[in-house]
Write a protein that binds this ligand. Structure first.
Ligand SMILES: Cc1cc2nc3c(=O)[nH]c(=O)nc-3n(C[C@H](O)[C@H](O)[C@H](O)COP(=O)(O)O)c2cc1C
Length: 326
């Protein structure tokens, strides 16, 4: 596939690369967990090698069959899911999925989940020796009965599991994925940073509900499910903006760790909003289901915007950075 924004003769094109917690991403667009399988499922639909990174489906120590009943439900501007962390377990992922995923080219992020702090730590210890670039600690899944989001709702529990995973995987950069359902998101984020998080990502899905009026019962067996897609984007953007400000020490140019933003991003304009709000990179999830090429189109759109607006480097996009656009 050719680059639609080739540099002008004699002038280098914009540099889209970003470094997050020591990991180099060739651009700031990452496939969000649970929406891109293990990468190879999308082979032939888009040029996967062009992506900045791929985040795996949520992985647990042991295999999980996921939730029964209906798992997906569309809303006018969003998607509800109740997958329940179906995955083959970390040992099988490392043996059967990781070699092919690794060979695709983008940075590899393993999304780690668990029911107890012990299970999270055991999984992290296995990932510490695997050929992944980063762990994304998922303390924000709303679709499991034990663990998941329960660890991301308040600071003490978030600190406990972050500290355990940090200790069990000392060699891997650690990004903690936050829940938009936390009553005090900044407190949870601060606790994660204090316990060893190298980066933060947000948002996971919003707890939501749908009722089948014909059957007169909830659509999902768990009653609630997680809402993603365009419906959540303005709220997710506001959360990224507010967290950036809340974490920034007085007088410092930026927060102590990078923030990766997501929630409803479907085109370059959406992604740029998050980057301008301070996100170091973005993840794209639900949009890929409707348009498998959404991410490569977003990469092209960011490059075009940078060229048109005179940005040479992607990490200069944030509007509150010194030298930013306002
Ligand atoms: C079908 C589906 C499965 C998901 N599975 C996971 C998961 O396993 N782990 C996780 O951290 N987030 C998971 N998510 C959440 C997404 O990674 C992302 O945080 C959320 O959907 C918001 O982004 P979006 O609006 O671009 O989809 C899932 C989302 C969807 C739609």
């Amino acid at each position: 596939m050719t680059d639609p924004t080739p540099p002008l003769p004699g002038r280098p094109g914009p540099d889209l690369s970003v470094t997050i917690a020591g990991v180099l991403f060739r651009n700031p667009v990452i496939a969000a967990s649970g929406t891109f399988g293990y990468g190879r499922e999308y082979a032939g639909l888009l040029d996967i090698a062009r992506l900045g990174g791929i985040c795996t489906k949520g992985l647990t120590l042991n295999p999980r069959p996921g939730n029964g009943g209906q798992r997906l439900h569309e809303t006018p501007a969003g998607l509800m899911n109740s997958i329940g962390l179906e995955n083959p377990g970390i040992p099988a992922f490392i043996e059967h999925e990781l070699p092919a995923l690794r060979s695709l080219g983008p940075a590899v992020i393993a999304n780690l989940s668990g029911s107890t702090a012990e299970e999270y730590a055991e999984g992290a210890a296995l990932l510490n020796h695997a050929a992944i670039d980063m762990i994304e600690l998922n303390i924000s899944c709303p679709n499991v009965k034990a663990g998941g989001m329960a660890f991301g709702l308040e600071a003490e529990a978030a600190a406990l599991v972050t500290g355990r995973v940090r200790g069990a995987a000392p060699d891997k950069p650690l990004m903690v994925k936050l829940s938009p359902n936390a009553p005090d998101l900044a407190a949870v984020a601060r606790a994660c940073v204090k316990s060893g998080a190298d980066a933060l990502s947000l948002v996971n899905t919003f707890k939501a509900m749908a009722i089948d009026t014909r059957l007169r019962r909830p659509v999902f067996d768990n009653t609630s499910a997680g809402l993603s897609g365009p419906a959540v984007r303005p709220i997710a953007l506001r959360m990224v903006w507010e967290l950036w400000e809340a974490l920034r020490p007085p007088g410092a140019p930026r927060p102590p760790v990078p923030i990766v933003g997501m929630g409803g991003i479907a085109n370059a304009e959406d992604a740029l909003e998050f980057l301008l709000a301070g996100a170091a990179a973005v993840q794209v999830g639900s949009a890929t289901f409707a348009n498998p090429c959404a991410m490569t189109e977003i990469i092209d759109g960011i490059a075009l915007y940078m060229a048109e607006h005179g940005f040479r480097r992607c990490d200069k996009l944030a509007i509150r950075e010194p030298g930013g656009v306002s």
